[in-house]
Write a protein that binds this ligand. Structure first.
Ligand code: C2O
Ligand code: CU
Length: 476
């Protein structure tokens, strides 16, 4: 079910998402030269019904009027051009999460571009070297802008996709709503900032609290999961099914069964899974999220139609995706750097450097901060690089989480191989752009610094990022 960009000019949107998996909203696309796929997005206030009809619609900030934002889709190797118009009442930027692009297209305010002021436009344009499941979101005051709904999926199709019956995107989001179904206004609350981030009370798939997802016995589904929540992590258990993980953060991985039957996604992370519908016509199974042991809930129900099975046994077709284009790290000759995460409540942080001054946690909290990377508290997007790397060399980052909370650590402009976890070699050595470090965990990642520029390295719990857990890695 790959929808190709038709190249036709479209005004407005055709249809709205009517349930999980039905992703029918089309962005405006315009005629562009060969090899270029062009979209227009408007950052604009809007409203939508996230939950059942007895609740009012929710006021949102949207890309082009819908949440999640329009699905942007193109083929690997094509060039993406996106014209952004800012109709919000504050400045914004757009970051193309996971795409290895030129630094000046990375959407980091003040660092790689001037913020797009209200009423202004900006055009992003870059080649898309790798296939996979990505997403886009603002990088300015993202703890509020992303939370209010500014986030959308970006799919880059393989030149030769694997064979499936349906290719489905589930953009997972988490909202903190009041009784009138409105987003609560407590952004950047000190408690959220210094603990686990802004965890909400309402989870949506493609902008709707889902009840059921219809499947047909025997079909093979490629399900692309994208976690665009500010802070919530997911651990999805597909009852009665054996999901196979084929890509993580968009990057192909040796197809393997989800560990313990669960697909775990920290904030900003993605997973592509292949689901063979091995149930019988008329059966029903639940997908349960039990990442937070005290808060397990049913995300959605897989309802089998009464149709006869599409096939009697699972499709016998290869699951492995063609590799992407990252250079292979030269581990033998790699230079290693240590990255220590500290801070937060119940942690051991004594003091840190903030704007060139030595401060304690109390003084940090007074300034809306609680977190450090290598002893430094970030107070904005522009700062001295924490590391300067030589173009073309291989580096290992040995990250240690010395806090009581999990941190999905994201690096811009590159993908890295996770080569070890807690000192043990990592089985699949997956490529990621965001690695989830559970409390007290460590991970070693390796990559070739092949993309010149100043790149953000930060926690993707957006309240932690705002609270100082951010740095710059320079590649020259
Ligand atoms: Cu998804 Cu620095 O961001
Ligand atoms: Cu964090």
């Amino acid at each position: 079910m790959t929808r190709q960009n038709s190249g036709l000019s479209r005004r407005g949107f055709l249809g709205v998402s009517a349930g999980a998996g039905l992703y029918t909203a089309l962005p405006q696309t315009v005629r562009a030269e060969a090899g270029v796929v062009e979209y227009r997005l408007t950052a604009v206030p809007g409203r939508a019904r996230l939950i059942s009809p007895e609740f009012p619609e929710t006021d949102l900030w949207t890309f082009s009027g819908i949440v999640p934002g329009p699905l942007l889709r193109l083929k690997q190797g094509a060039r993406l051009r996106v014209l952004i118009e800012n109709r919000l009442s504050e400045a914004t930027t757009v970051h193309w999460h996971g795409i290895r692009l030129p630094n000046n297209m990375d959407g980091v305010p003040h660092l790689t571009q001037a913020p797009i002021e209200p009423g202004q436009r900006f055009t992003y344009e870059f080649d898309v070297p790798d296939a996979g499941t990505y997403w886009y979101h603002p990088h300015l005051r993202s703890f509020e802008q992303v939370d209010r709904g500014l986030a959308g999926p970006l799919i880059v199709d393989e030149r030769e996709p694997i064979r499936v019956d349906r290719d489905i995107v589930w953009t997972l989001d988490d909202w903190r709503l009041n009784k009138q179904a409105q987003i609560t206004n407590d952004f950047g609350h000190p408690h959220d900032m210094s603990h686990a981030g802004r965890i909400g009370n309402t989870v949506t798939i493609n902008g709707v609290v889902p009840e059921t997802f219809a499947v047909r016995a025997g079909e093979r589904i490629r399900l692309r999961l994208i976690n665009v929540a500010n802070a919530r992590a997911f651990s999805l258990k597909f009852e009665g099914h054996k999901p196979t993980i084929v890509a993580l953060d968009g990057q192909p991985v040796t197809p393997h069964p989800a560990p313990g039957g669960r697909v775990t996604l920290g904030a900003a992370m993605r997973a592509d899974i292949v689901l063979d519908a091995e149930g019988k016509p008329g059966e029903s199974f639940q997908i349960v999220d039990d990442y937070y042991s005290e808060g397990a809930y049913r995300l959605v129900r897989l309802n089998y139609s009464d149709e006869r099975p599409l096939r009697e046994s699972p499709l016998d077709a290869p699951l492995a995706l063609a590799p992407n284009t990252m250079p292979e790290p030269d581990i033998e000759n790699a230079e290693k750097h240590f990255i220590t995460l500290e801070g937060g409540m119940m942690g051991s942080l004594k003091n840190a450097m903030m704007d060139g001054r030595k401060v304690d946690l109390r003084a940090m909290m007074h300034n809306g901060k609680a977190w450090t990377i290598n002893g430094v508290v970030a107070t904005g997007h522009v700062m001295e690089p924490m590391l300067t790397l030589k173009l073309g060399h291989t580096y290992i980052l040995d990250m240690r989480n010395h806090t009581r909370f999990a941190h999905p650590m994201h690096f811009h402009g590159h993908a890295f191989r996770v080569i070890a976890r807690n000192g043990l070699p990592n089985t699949h050595r997956e490529w990621l752009d965001t690695v989830l470090l559970e409390r007290s965990e460590g991970a070693e990642v390796a990559f070739v610094a092949d993309n010149p520029g100043d790149w953000m390295f930060h926690c993707h719990i957006l309240e932690h990022q705002m609270g100082g857990m951010m740095g710059i890695i320079r590649v020259v």
